[in-house]
Design a protein around this ligand. Structure first.
Ligand code: NAP
Length: 486
């Protein structure tokens, strides 16, 4: 399957360390739709990781000293380069990650929106003049970059997850060492290539690729290195906990965007068509492989059957296919492990009494494909209610009582996103305030925006990406106290 890129040099085959493309490309990056090879990249080692830190550490001195306006201009040039190559990058994402081409292009625009946003924020990084409680002194607070930032990202949004971390780091005056996911390193390398072309100085952004086997060695070298002052991670909760433990020895600052288990509640006064539309957007984008995907769906008994019927009609009509099919609306799972997990969750639900309304089986297209699925009679004991399924399965549970459904929605260690549909203004406030999570969708299924704070609570992690708060995680505050003022 050909990629048909206008710029074939966007496909890189090396690490980017100190402005040089290096390393022998030894492992294949494949298209999850059919296993065909999309590219080949090097399998990083701790020595590569340490070389990247040395480059980032050396580059930090000059990068932090650049006026914020100059850094902002360079970050904005990177944004322009990314958008100028939206189609090529969208193709690359869809081939290495599997999402439909339209979603790949959409992800590029979404990633670029964060780059643009943080170019703007770079010049608004104001300090404070603090009224002194005693005479003869003046007190000030400055915002300063923390230093070298290690960025570790997952495969589900290979452009957006990197842009959302690298752009604020650069805007704040930090330098970066980044390790993309094994399944999707090519997009990260293409973004770095465009940043370089946009004029980013050598060493400011370094990318080291690694296989799943070598990843702990590469990231471990960063965790142990005192020159790395911050880790920004998006991925699963167990790996986030591991990174927090391992970076404790060098007391790094941490941002952890971890797993979710989002509830989606449809009350009896909801606009059912809007609630179906919201579910289609929130659940089936990227094949159900997003951290804010609804994972547990609660529908009031009075509207349960009508809602399920409307939803099932839409899910049945979804066109499944590879990114090369322009009509495809949903693609494969990222790999066979992911499809196995979806299958395990559905089998477990059926064994515990759930019923299939749509789907409920693997597809005859290869090991990575699973049919869009709707189940009813789901219960809190099922694996699909306790763990993040990360696939195209909607398990529906019937409820009758508002307080009980909110308590059930909160009965999880996770707290990233939650959704509910109602037309009652009082209930909107009651439920939004009672939900234990970082992000709430109210009569809305598409939540993310660069101007809004994205992040979770509890085992979904801490830190916020995007918004006016997004630079905070890449800065510390220095207090200046001047005395002797008479
Ligand atoms: P993952 O297995 O935790 O991997 C994420 C990243 O961590 C990858 O780069 C991975 O490298 C690396 N990694 C894995 N094991 C490691 C180790 N022992 N030491 C250091 N690094 C390690 O997660 P995933 O399966 O790629 O992504 C899915 C998860 O991400 C889901 O739980 C999802 O909810 C979460 N997510 C959260 C958000 C959010 O904003 N909260 C957004 C998107 C996704 P390899 O690829 O080489 O293994």
């Amino acid at each position: 399957m050909t990629l048909n890129l206008q710029r074939t040099d966007l496909i890189r085959a090396g690490h980017l360390i100190d402005g040089r493309w290096c390393g022998e490309a030894t492992f294949d990056v494949t298209n999850p739709a059919d296993g065909s090879r999309v590219g080949r990249v090097p399998d990083g080692t701790p020595a590569d990781a340490t070389a990247a830190v040395a480059a980032a550490h050396a580059a930090f001195v000059q990068w932090r000293a650049r006026p914020a306006k100059e850094r902002a201009a360079l970050v904005e040039s990177w944004h322009d380069a990314v958008m100028a190559h939206q189609d090529d990058l969208g193709r690359l994402i869809s081939r290495e990650q599997g999402k439909p081409l339209a979603e790949g292009r959409g992800e590029v625009a979404y990633a670029a929106s964060y780059i643009h946003w943080f170019a703007g924020q770079a010049v608004r990084s104001n300090g404070e003049v603090i009224p002194s409680p005693v005479s003869g002194k003046r007190l000030l607070a400055l915002r300063e970059p923390v230093g070298v930032v290690a960025v570790v990202t997952p495969w589900n949004f290979p452009a957006a997850m990197n842009a959302r971390k690298i752009a604020p780091a650069l805007a704040a005056g930090c330098t970066v060492v980044a390790k993309p996911a094994e399944d999707t390193p090519l997009t990260a390398l293409a973004l770095a290539f465009l940043a370089e072309e946009a004029g980013l100085p050598p060493g400011v952004l370094n990318v080291v690729t690694a296989s799943r086997a070598n990843t702990p060695g590469v990231v471990g070298a960063w965790l142990a290195d005192d020159r790395v002052r911050k880790v920004s991670f998006t991925g699963s909760t167990p790996v986030g906990v591991h990174l927090a433990r391992e970076s404790a020895g060098t007391l790094k600052k941490l941002s952890l965007e971890l797993g979710g288990n989002a509830p989606f509640i449809v009350f009896d006064d909801a606009d059912l068509d809007a609630a179906v539309e919201g579910m289609m957007q929130a659940k089936f984008r990227n094949g159900g492989q997003t951290c804010v995907c609804p994972n547990r769906v609660y529908v009031h008994a009075a509207v349960h059957d009508a809602y399920v019927e409307k939803l099932a009609a839409r899910v049945r009509a979804l066109k499944v296919g590879p990114a090369s099919d322009p009509e495809a609306q949903i693609g494969p799972m990222i790999n066979a492990r992911a499809a196995d997990k979806v299958e395990r969750h559905v089998q477990d639900a059926l064994a515990q009494g759930a019923r299939i309304v749509v789907g409920g089986h693997r597809l005859d297209r290869g090991a990575n494909w699973y049919a869009p699925t709707v189940l009813v009679d789901a219960t809190p004991q099922m694996a699909c209610a306790c763990e993040e399924t990360f696939g195209p399965v909607v398990p529906v549970t019937r409820f009758t009582d508002e307080a009980a459904v909110v308590a059930e929605a909160n009965a999880t260690p996770y707290g990233l996103a939650a959704y509910f549909y109602t037309q009652s203004p009082a209930r909107i406030w009651r439920v939004a305030e009672a939900l234990d999570c970082g992000i709430v969708g109210i009569n809305e299924g598409a939540l993310a925006a660069e101007a809004a704070p994205f992040g979770g609570v509890k085992h979904s992690g801490y830190g916020r990406e995007g918004s006016v708060h997004g630079l905070d995680d890449y800065q510390h505050i220095k207090y200046l106290c001047q005395g002797g003022i008479v």
